[in-house]
Design a protein around this ligand. Structure first.
Ligand code: TXA
Ligand code: MG
Length: 334
């Protein structure tokens, strides 16, 4: 199959909508990461997403809406708290889980009786959803297990020949997938941290951070968000998180001699044989750079990537959560 790469411009909107109405898959830009979109309400369309990604069938998809009204097609159970959160954070990187209506196919939701919904903060993609008239199911547009795509080039690398169209909307500003929450009595449970932070959500209700956010779940533990049990975001290179002071970190890196090695850190001095990849000092910068740098490490055929442990406050929790999975929970404590 030929994969068209088109700019996110008004004139391409109809072309993308025609494909989506024909149950095809189109990769679209969002503020978090690129999504692999198809009609969320159609089983045939949704199956194509799972096939293109190589995604396990029990890992549910997020439904993307273009306007708040569309939420009523997906659920008839919207808690008052959800209205307040939508008002504050939509369009934006917050995904809320609702009881789903029967017309939402079970396949879209990995067989669960709930549906995850968000309104992306990207004008082109919201207009596209409105043009289609149905919500778009869209997981991150990477091959299952690889780092999420934050540019159209990343999507092209994974999806070339597998889908008919990629819409290029430039680099994603956020770089890390949305915060996924569920409502529990009067509280909010964070299943996956993102740019809408626990601190921001605490303004609205009590916030519980699910065990799966920072811990490796044992096989017998109940998983609230199926996505958390799979290996994720991993480049081919081995990833290690390194936890220590500037001085300890510099000394440790100097001991690394075997194989091509990349490092994601601040301005610390590095030996000449080590490749420095973009990271940043703030969680926001780190989030924006993380997946692109992990992909770059593979392009450069690195054997290992050592990443300076991020601060876990605010958005840092999301960066750390993705890193833990990329590193298979390997943390080197200095
Ligand atoms: O920012 C994002 O959310 C991006 C962009 C494209 O919007 N999408 C994304 O989708 O990250 P995906 O499929 O890569 O991750 C969806 C996550 C998974 O961890 C999945 O298990 C969880 O959301 N999820 C989806 N529906 C759920 C449900 N009904 N209950 C619990 N978890 C759910
Ligand atoms: Mg994903």
């Amino acid at each position: 199959m030929e994969t068209l790469l088109l700019e996110a411009e008004e004139e391409q909107l109809v072309k993308a909508a025609v494909l989506l109405k024909n149950n095809e898959v189109v990769a679209v830009p969002t503020e978090t990461v690129y999504g692999l979109a198809a009609n969320a309400m159609d089983v045939e369309a949704v199956r194509k997403i799972f096939a293109a990604k190589g995604r396990p069938q029990d890992n549910p998809l997020i439904l993307h809406i273009g306007s708040f009204d569309m939420l009523h097609d997906i659920t008839d159970n919207i808690p008052p708290l959800a209205y307040s959160l939508a008002e504050a954070f939509w369009p934006g990187p917050l995904t809320m889980i609702f009881r789903r209506k029967e017309n939402v196919p079970a396949e879209t939701c990995g067989g669960l009786d709930t549906a995850a919904v968000r309104m992306p903060d990207n004008d082109f993609t919201r207009k596209l959803i409105e043009e289609c008239g149905f919500p778009l199911a869209a997981p991150s547009a990477n091959t299952s297990g690889l780092p999420s795509p934050t540019s159209a080039a990343h999507v092209f690398a994974d999806m070339k020949g597998k889908i008919p169209m990629i819409i290029d909307g430039g680099e994603c500003s956020c770089g890390v997938e949305s915060t996924v929450i569920t409502f529990e009595n009067e509280s909010i449970r964070i299943l996956r941290p993102g740019a809408v932070t626990p601190e921001m959500l605490r303004e609205f209700a009590e916030v519980i951070i699910d065990n799966g956010v920072l811990k490796q779940l044992s096989p017998d533990e109940r998983v609230m968000s199926p996505g958390m049990k799979y290996k994720h975001y991993s480049p081919k290179a081995e990833v290690y998180i390194v936890d220590g002071s500037d001085e300890q970190f510099t000394k440790f890196i100097a001991t690394l001699t075997d194989g091509k090695t990349a490092v994601l850190c601040g301005n610390e001095a590095l030996p000449e044989n080590i490749i420095r990849l973009p990271y940043g000092a703030s969680a926001e910068e780190q989030g924006e750079n993380l997946f692109a740098s992990l992909r770059r490490a593979d392009e450069l055929c690195c054997k290992a990537v050592y990443v300076r442990s991020p601060d876990t406050e605010g958005f840092g929790l999301a960066v750390y959560n993705r890193l833990l999975r990329a590193a298979g929970f390997r943390v080197i404590k200095l």
